[in-house]
Write a protein that binds this ligand. Structure first.
Ligand code: SAH
Length: 394
């Protein structure tokens, strides 16, 4: 007797009532406890149904992951090369509509572009990919073929060094998938140029999600500026073009060295670089009665999980309280948080409490989010993670 062929269309995952409700609410992540019954291997594509057998979508299956199913489509369509091509074409049409004045941008933002677990950042002639799902890893050939056909890049690099890969049972590696890829490239961001470390830099080489905020911040600031958590100068370089002086502060020597080289690349001689722990430096400067026309705070995610929240809130409050005290009258605070769990509401409450303790009247100029090439999907709250408030001390 011939063995029935197992295809994407025949593998099935049945959701519990709760799981089905979640899928219907438009959230693509289905946790293990919401899966009633499923079979297959990590990286398989399965049809997702409710207990009555009603179709809910096709999903990437990974029994090793807490997020056991990632719904890739709510249509009953094959997940084949044409699927990836249409997602990538749609993503590119959207980026083109943004008229991004930069050499680096995010082409694919995982779930928010309908490709769960796949991030693709473009740096000029190169692409840097982050793969966080076994299903994408198995089908990466289709992604590469499409990128090559549509963009003819000089090289494509996999940055498979995010710890999250372990949760999917993927090995940690950084490797060239196609063509040749240099260690770093110079790209522009509006009027500024910077060197992005594709292999060794943070994320895929730059904080592309802050691109619009880098430009926006420069439209508010002037005078003497303190850029804390500066990394390679994302904010500092733009600010230095309009300010008298900028002091870039970071705990990382290599980050500051990169910032120094970027300042030189732009012919900016009004940037100073200070290696310090931000908490200590902010406390010392505010105790000493220092004053700045603008302070920029862009810390790493203090709350990686919900459990971190109480500690994270104290840390955000501390740096913002010190920064507010450091502002001269009329001074600007640009303050960011990239922690999803530290919500906009909680950040607002924390800033309010910092303003009270600093004894300052603080005007809200603007609340901003991540750059538009990192889209937010209304029904996936996790896609809205970056907050950037522009405040003014009266
Ligand atoms: N503002 C940058 C991105 C900042 S990323 C941009 O827009 O490009 C966060 C930075 O904070 C990293 O460079 C990291 O080295 C630095 N950092 C983390 N903890 C720190 C601390 N306690 N004190 C100073 N810098 C710190």
């Amino acid at each position: 007797m011939a063995k029935a062929m197992v295809t994407d269309a025949t593998r099935m995952a049945v959701l519990t009532k709760k799981g089905a409700a979640r899928a219907r609410s438009g959230h693509p992540w289905i946790y293990r406890s919401d899966v009633a019954n499923a079979a297959g291997e990590a990286g398989d594509v399965v049809r997702v149904v409710d207990r009555a057998g009603r179709f809910l979508g096709r999903a990437f299956y990974n029994p090793k992951s807490e997020i056991t199913l990632r719904i890739a489509t709510r249509d009953d369509e094959e997940i084949d090369e044409a699927f990836f091509r249409s997602r990538i074409e749609r993503a590119q049409r959207y980026r083109e509509s943004l008229k991004i004045d930069a050499g680096a941008y995010r082409l694919l933002h995982s779930e928010a572009d309908g490709v769960p677990g796949l991030v693709a950042d473009r740096y000029g002639d190169y692409f840097v990919l982050q793969v966080g799902s076994a299903a994408i890893e198995r089908r990466i050939g289709w992604v590469l073929a499409t990128l090559e056909e549509l963009f003819a890049p000089a090289g494509i690099l996999l940055r498979g060094d995010a710890a999250a890969r372990r949760r999917e049972g993927l090995v940690i590696k950084v490797e060239v998938l196609s063509g040749e890829v240099p260690d770093s490239v110079i790209v522009h961001e509006g009027p500024v140029r910077y060197r992005a470390g594709l292999r060794g830099g943070q994320k895929t080489g730059g904080f592309l999600d802050q691109r619009e905020n880098h430009l926006a911040a420069a439209s508010y600031v002037r005078g003497r500026i303190l850029d804390v958590f500066s990394y390679a100068g994302g904010f500092a370089l733009h600010a230095a073009r309009v300010a008298e002086t900028v002091e870039a502060v970071d705990a990382s020597g290599p980050a500051l060295q990169a910032a120094r080289e970027n300042a030189e690349l732009n012919g900016l001689s009004n940037v100073a670089f200070t290696r310090a722990n931000a908490f200590d430096l902010l406390r010392e400067r505010s105790d000493a009665g220092g004053r700045y026309d603008a302070v920029i705070l862009d810390p790493p995610a203090f709350a990686k999980t919900k459990r971190d929240l109480p500690r994270a809130r104290r840390a955000y409050k501390e740096i913002n309280l010190r920064a507010m005290k450091l502002l001269a009258p009329g001074g600007t605070l640009v303050t960011c948080s990239c922690s999803y769990h530290f919500s906009r509401e909680l950040m607002e409450e924390t800033l309010r409490s910092a303003a009270v303790d600093a004894g300052r009247t603080v005007r809200v100029r603007e609340w901003r989010g991540q750059s538009q090439d990192h889209p937010e999907i209304l029904t996936i709250p996790e896609t809205r993670y970056l907050k950037c408030a522009v405040l003014e001390s009266l």
